[in-house]
Design a protein around this ligand. Structure first.
Ligand SMILES: Nc1ncnc2c1ncn2[C@@H]1O[C@H](COP(=O)(O)OP(=O)(O)OP(=O)(O)O)[C@@H](O)[C@H]1O
Ligand SMILES: [Mg+2]
Length: 268
């Protein structure tokens, strides 16, 4: 049985005039337990909307969403979410932020146990020694590490990540990708991950499978044909990687070209 199943999910938003605006049109896909799936696609194609439904923050208009075969109707302790913009509470130290996440899922832990778990996860993301700093005292990359620690510390089966490294500079992005891979590879049982990104290299490096969204639908599901553990340098040097990457880039930009023509722009 699939860990996650989306069966013909549609969703309408209300536009500025109060009229329904269709954002997802009968989307169906499955994710296996322990699978890392990325969603890519042009801006506005509905990636965050899919994630918000997965998180239980948005109700579909029609269709069914199940986890382990059970219909999902709202948020749940089985899912942790990381957004692009560091969603830390600015008035709490990073340790308190992480403890806040832990309390949601482990309400019976005492103060010392909470603290220990927070320290453990902050150390995992390389924030040992920064536990008592406030978010404003940390760089963007460090704040995102703290946000990741908070979500990981909730020890959910499923991780939902919406462009978690989108606001991070290129060098720190690579460091955070490697950190995520290290943590996931040493976590048992394996987590099921849905990861939204605009970055084709990031999607290939991290994922087992890539879902390509276009026109409010999942247009393609692409298996990533590289064994794990993956090494960046080996991947980048292989012609198979370059060909695969180019195929995905073509798919991605073909979509962009169509969109700009449709919008009457100059095209590329
Ligand atoms: N709360 C909302 N109310 C009305 N329309 C919305 C709302 N949220 C998103 N939309 C619209 O729904 C469509 C899908 O938005 P969504 O945020 O899911 O796209 P996305 O693929 O995540 O884009 P991006 O890559 O820019 O983050 C867009 O046309 C967007 O303008
Ligand atoms: Mg988005």
């Amino acid at each position: 049985m699939a860990k996650i199943e989306f069966d013909k999910i549609s969703l309408d938003y209300l536009d500025a005039g109060g009229q329904p605006f269709n954002a997802l049109d009968e989307i169906s896909f499955e994710v296996k337990e322990g699978e890392f799936v990325s969603i890519i696609g042009s801006s506005g194609c509905g990636k965050s909307t899919v994630l918000s439904i997965l998180a239980g923050l948005n109700e579909p208009k029609s269709g069914e969403y199940t986890i382990d075969g059970n219909k999902v109707t709202g948020t749940g302790r089985d899912r942790g979410v990381v957004f692009q913009h560091y969603s830390l509470f600015p008035w709490m130290s990073v340790r308190k932020n992480v403890e806040f996440g832990i309390k949601q899922n482990f309400p019976s832990l005492n103060r010392k146990e909470l603290e220990n778990k927070a320290y453990e996860y902050l150390a995992k993301v390389g924030l040992k020694g920064f536990e008592n700093k406030y978010p404003s005292q940390l760089s963007g990359g460090m704040q995102q590490r703290a946000a990741i620690a908070r979500t990981l510390a909730m020890e959910t089966d499923i991780l939902l990540m919406d462009e978690p490294f989108g606001a991070i500079d290129a060098k720190n992005r690579v460091i955070l990708q490697d950190l995520l891979v290290d943590i996931l590879e040493s976590t048992v049982p394996k987590k099921t991950i849905i990861f939204v990104t605009h970055d084709v290299d990031e999607a290939i490096y991290l994922s087992d499978r890539i879902l390509f969204m276009k026109n409010k639908k999942i247009e393609r599901s692409i298996d990533v044909p590289f064994d794990r553990p993956r090494k960046r340098e080996t991947l980048a040097g292989s012609s198979r990687y370059r060909e695969f990457r180019q195929d995905i880039v073509n798919l991605f930009y073909y979509d962009n070209e169509l969109r700009s023509e449709y919008e009457g722009g100059e095209g590329i």
